[in-house]
Design a protein around this ligand. Sequence first.
Ligand code: FES
Length: 111
Amino acid sequence: MSAEAATGAQTFVLGPVEQIPLGEGRAFAVDGGQVAVFRLRDGSLRALPAVCPHRGGPLADGTIDLGVVVCPLHQHAFDLATGCSTTGADNLSPYEVSTDEQRNLVLQVPV
Ligand code: FES
C-alpha cells in the first residue's frame, strides 16, 4: 500500500514491526526495488537499499550493531544512519522508516 505525501516522498506500509527480530534486518520489495529494514537492539529502526553496492550482496542478511551493517559477502560496512561506507565501498542513501499507531513499519521513499 502506498500514498503520495506532500513532502515529495511516497509512503509504504510494510506490516508489523515484530516481523523483524531485534538485532536483525529484513528485505522488502518496495516500488520495484529492494529495501533492507533493520531493527536495532535498542528497538530503533533504520532502512537502506538492500543490495550492497560492492557486488550485490544481501545487506538485510548482514551483521548489525547500533551503528553499522556489515555485508555478509566481503565485509564492507555501512553506517546505518547515513548509508556511508566505513570501509571504502560506494555509499548508500538511507530511507526514513518509523512505525504507526498499529506498530506497522512505515517507509518513506523519495519520488
Ligand atoms: S557484495 Fe557486499 S561487501 Fe562485497
